[in-house]
Design a protein around this ligand. Structure first.
Ligand code: ZN
Ligand code: ZN
Ligand code: ZN
Ligand code: ZN
Length: 448
């Protein structure tokens, strides 16, 4: 987690607090990305899971707000006219820079364990409660229960559910059904209640509840487009369970696919270019998941031929359209595609053949030429007949030799290459022409 006060920048990690200095924001973001990737790799190697997904830690970024905004830790207003402070990019929890270290790890739930004691349990089994975040509601907020305006610009007041987006007065909350309906994208959302334990072999147990008919895995290439990947990554985590959204640039497709490979069926959405799609498809092949999952493409950046062919357009740059895009994806029909492997072999260029091979071929050539000319010029019937006979023997012999040379191609590529080259370059390649010569010669001799 990090914040900026123009410069220097502070970085808060689970273990310590660092202060880094950088020339500008861009440079700082590169430092942060590097630090995060190192941190993730350590976790990945030690636990095989990206702890980013399951720690409950907020993902802070520094920002200003257009209207009065209140700290979810100390409840005081954020500083200045622009309400400058930290905001969590997933759940929009707000905090003063000084308060961020005291914020509890209560970001958007990912697993059953992260819901904790709030879990609902009745005769039908367990179900998911609303996850309320207090205050900072949008201007036109209306209470789901009483339909009157709610929220306040004067204090941290009333709440919003991070999943179904319902907004309620604090006093009306108890009249609302405690079960969260998960909202607009509920078909795609994998509720945290479904991710209740990890097998000893490191997969989620496949226990998707009936509401989640078609769980969706989202792979975003955060480097796609002009910073669009990052925007989409953030927006998907807001709409879905953050545990079903993966950054291809942070660990690739392997982790996500492995975690979900025990689900009977699931859909995959790849946000990026053709390269990203190919990467995910290869991993699906490697894990032999192609019978369990279907893949859709949300084209970002350039190089989106596949998305164009499938009718998703060549580029999508509006992250506010994501709920509609997810709905379209739920209704989409599937097409089978062939995937071709193109194998490229490096071969040696044909070598100069040895003089003995050349001599051998020249002998045939000489013999053929001599007998052909005899056939064409001789006026003696017996000479023509005998020459034709020798000519046929010679050709037969030559063809047999070429055949043998091909058979032992691997043992003696030099000879076969020489033969093949000769065959293709010279008279035998045009069989009909050769026969014409022969016939012409025989006819001449008959006339003669
Ligand atoms: Zn505060
Ligand atoms: Zn958060
Ligand atoms: Zn809810
Ligand atoms: Zn109300």
């Amino acid at each position: 987690s990090w914040f900026s006060s123009d410069r220097p920048y502070g970085v808060i990690t689970p273990c310590r607090r660092l202060v880094l200095c950088a020339e500008n924001r861009k440079e700082m973001e590169e430092w942060i990305a590097a630090l995060k990737s190192v941190q993730n790799r350590e976790h990945f190697e030690s636990t095989q899971f990206s702890m980013d997904h399951f720690s409950g830690m907020h993902n802070w970024y520094a920002c200003s707000h257009a209207r009065p905004t209140y700290c979810n830790v100390c409840r005081e207003a954020l500083s200045g006219v622009t309400s400058h402070g930290l905001s969590c990019e997933v759940c929009k929890f707000k905090a003063h820079k000084r308060c961020a270290v005291r914020a509890t790890n209560n970001c958007k739930w990912t697993t059953l364990a992260s819901i904790g004691k709030d879990i609902l349990e009745d005769e039908d089994g367990i179900s998911m409660p609303h996850q309320w975040l207090e205050g900072n509601l949008p201007v036109s907020a209306k209470c789901t229960v009483c339909d009157k305006t709610c929220g306040s610009v004067l204090r941290l007041q009333d709440c919003r559910c991070l999943w179904c987006k319902a907004m309620v007065h604090a006093g009306c909350k108890d009249q609302l059904s405690p079960k969260c309906p998960l909202g607009q994208c509920k078909v795609s959302v994998i509720p945290p209640t479904a991710l209740n334990s990890i097998d000893s072999d490191g997969f989620w147990k496949a226990t998707c509840p009936p509401t989640c008919t078609s769980p969706l895995l989202v792979f975003v290439n955060s480097k796609s487009g002009d910073n669009q990947g990052v925007k989409f990554l953030r927006r998907f985590k807001q709409l879905l369970n953050p545990a079903q959204v993966f950054d291809l640039m942070n660990g690739g497709p392997h982790l996500g696919l492995r975690l979900f490979q025990k689900f009977d069926t699931f859909r995959i959405l790849v946000c990026g270019g053709d390269g990203s799609v190919g990467w995910v498809l290869s991993e699906i092949d490697a894990l032999t998941l192609h019978k369990q999952c279907q893949l859709g493409v949300l084209p970002l950046g350039t190089g989106n031929d596949l998305a164009r062919v499938l009718g998703w357009g060549s580029a999508c740059d509006d992250d506010t359209q994501l709920p509609q895009i997810l709905e379209k994806l739920e209704r989409a029909s599937t097409k089978m595609l062939d995937r071709w492997s193109i194998m490229v072999y490096e071969t040696k260029l044909p070598r100069q053949h040895s003089s003995s091979t050349v001599q051998h071929i020249l002998t045939y050539e000489d013999s053929v030429a001599a007998h052909l000319s005899k056939i064409l010029t001789s006026d003696q019937h017996s000479v023509v007949i005998s020459s034709a006979k020798v000519l046929c023997e010679t050709v037969k012999d030559f063809v047999a030799k070429v055949g043998r040379a091909y058979e032992k191609n691997t043992e003696n590529s030099e000879e076969s290459e020489a033969m093949a080259k000769k065959v293709s370059c010279d008279w035998l390649s045009d069989e009909s022409l050769f026969c014409d010569w022969l016939l012409e010669g025989l006819e001449c001799s008959v006339i003669g």
